[in-house]
Design a protein around this ligand. Structure first.
Ligand code: UTP
Length: 470
């Protein structure tokens, strides 16, 4: 080990990670060294003091007001703008100025699937994996605009190799491999409660992905931003791996983002309940931002307007449009200045005697950055309202809310609604579609597009499993 690294670790009181170093073979020594070199150790020292040893709560803004969102449908005031925005969105696509950005570096612990979450078979009839749903949508948009869409996919050290292998095995789901750019996000060590980095093995730190906010620095470090510059990509359409209903590309939203000069735009849905577990868009001390459900004071969350609707009703669903030049600016100083969110977790580790400990209560602090914390740093950020039934049904948990079962139900419901809007009759039971229905994104990416297609049936009968192929 070079003495400079050892001395650095000593100077920041993190030399314990080298406890077993001398017993390791040279390959293992190299592994641990390269993990340590990948970290900004001065930053680690600072975080250990300010975020780990201190239970630093993120300061809440003093004055919290509801955020104003663009409406879903254009009213008289917005008609002209929405018309121009949709046109602009299509133009951006035709000119190749839009890239798709999927963040898929999370660990998916709640779902408990053994492998990258994007492999999970999510659709109701064909059981297509999440990755395939997105690939087919993006292919459809590329086909319709006559210009393929570069697709940036963020993984983590843990799932990068299996993700790439899965795409390769499935022939990239028909995507051109040259238009997919995989890259890994950063990893953060877990800390003991007294601020020391934990070892997950004798030759490895206990590392986990640094949060979806880490995507904004990983884009820069990985060369993805450089790739965007080369291709002339100006905006990223950002989405997460767990929501098969997402419109990965939305010309109206992207056009609005561009025309309003917004550096980071977001989609919102009206919350299902006052305390629903989604972030809240608010104006905090004059700036648009997201406050997590767990941080928004309950007395504010419960407030209603005179018509009974929630005063803080704008839920965040992690769909954004991000300007490339904004990401470039965020990375200018060399360090992404987003806050760190602290969580106390159970993290298995190797103790000072070399024994593996599997704790039964939280023993460690994990730190993550969240992508929405970039919003207050953006110029002219906007929020646009979408519809839950149309665009949000994530797979987070193995059972119950936001599970594969609820997502399949919502996919069928949406497909049924699209078909009904085209005059197709759907068998119902207790008001619900009495069938399983799936529409390939290559057939239609929206209800209006579906209505332009020649449909292969007049009705969907009870108990049928209907797949409409593209
Ligand atoms: P979640 O907040 O649902 O976290 O991520 P998760 O790690 O996937 O799942 P749990 O909490 O362990 O069950 C929301 C989205 O952000 C991505 C995920 O892949 C998902 O698309 N994400 C999350 C990252 O890309 N990196 C991270 O470090 C965290």
């Amino acid at each position: 080990m070079d003495t400079a690294l050892r001395e650095k670790l000593e100077s920041i009181h993190q030399q314990n990670v080298l406890r077993f170093y001398d017993q390791l073979n040279s390959e293992s020594q190299k592994k641990l060294e390269s993990q340590l070199r990948a970290l900004d150790l001065d930053h680690i020292a600072e975080l250990a003091e300010t975020q780990v040893k201190e239970k630093a709560a993120l300061p809440l803004p003093k004055n919290i007001e509801p955020a104003k969102a663009y409406p879903r449908e254009a009213d008289a005031q917005h008609r002209g703008l929405y018309h121009d925005a949709e046109k602009r969105g299509h133009e951006l696509l035709r000119q190749g100025k839009i890239g798709a950005f999927l963040v898929a570096g999370g660990q998916g612990t709640r779902l408990g699937y053994d492998g990258p979450k994007g492999e999970y078979p999510v659709t109701p009839v064909k059981h297509k994996p999440l990755f395939q749903v997105f690939a087919e949508q993006l292919r459809a948009y590329g086909r319709d605009s006559g210009k393929s869409i570069p697709w940036y996919i963020m993984t983590s050290t843990v799932n990068d190799a299996p993700t790439r292998a899965f795409f390769k095995k499935h022939n990239y789901f028909g995507y051109s491999p040259g238009d997919i750019f995989f890259f890994e996000q950063g990893m953060m060590p877990a800390f003991s409660m007294n601020g020391e980095m934990l070892l997950g093995a004798k030759d490895s730190l206990a590392l986990s992905p640094d949060g979806h906010g880490g995507s904004l620095s990983a884009l820069n470090r990985s060369g993805a931003l450089e790739d965007m510059r080369k291709r002339g990509v100006e905006h990223l359409s950002y989405f997460q791996v767990d929501n098969p209903l997402v419109h990965t590309i939305d010309p109206l939203f992207l056009g609005l983002h561009d025309l309003t000069g917004s550096e980071m735009s977001s989609k919102t849905i009206p919350k299902a309940t006052a305390l629903e577990k989604v972030g809240n868009f608010v104006i905090g001390d004059g700036k648009l931002q997201v406050i997590e459900y767990s941080d928004l004071p309950e007395q504010l969350a419960l407030q209603t307007n005179s018509d009974g609707t929630l005063r803080f009703n704008a839920g965040s669903i992690a769909i954004h449009a991000v300007r490339r030049t904004f990401v470039e600016r965020l990375n200018q100083s060399g360090r992404l200045e987003l806050p760190w969110h602290r969580a106390e977790k159970k993290v298995p580790y190797i103790d000072e005697n070399g024994k593996e400990v599997k704790p039964d209560k939280p023993n460690a602090v994990k730190l993550e950055q969240f992508v929405f914390d970039a919003i207050p740093l953006a110029k002219n950020p906007i929020v646009y309202t979408t519809d839950r039934a149309e665009e949000f049904s994530p797979v987070k948990n193995a059972e119950g809310v936001d599970s594969p079962a609820t997502s399949k139900r919502d996919q069928t419901r949406r497909a049924a609604r699209w078909l009904e809007s085209a005059g197709i009759e759907i068998a119902k039971k207790n008001g619900e579609p009495d069938a399983e229905i799936e529409i390939s994104p290559l057939f239609a990416t929206s209800a209006p597009q579906l209505r332009t297609r020649k449909l292969p049936m007049q009705r969907v009968g009870s108990g049928e499993k209907t797949y409409i192929e593209g």
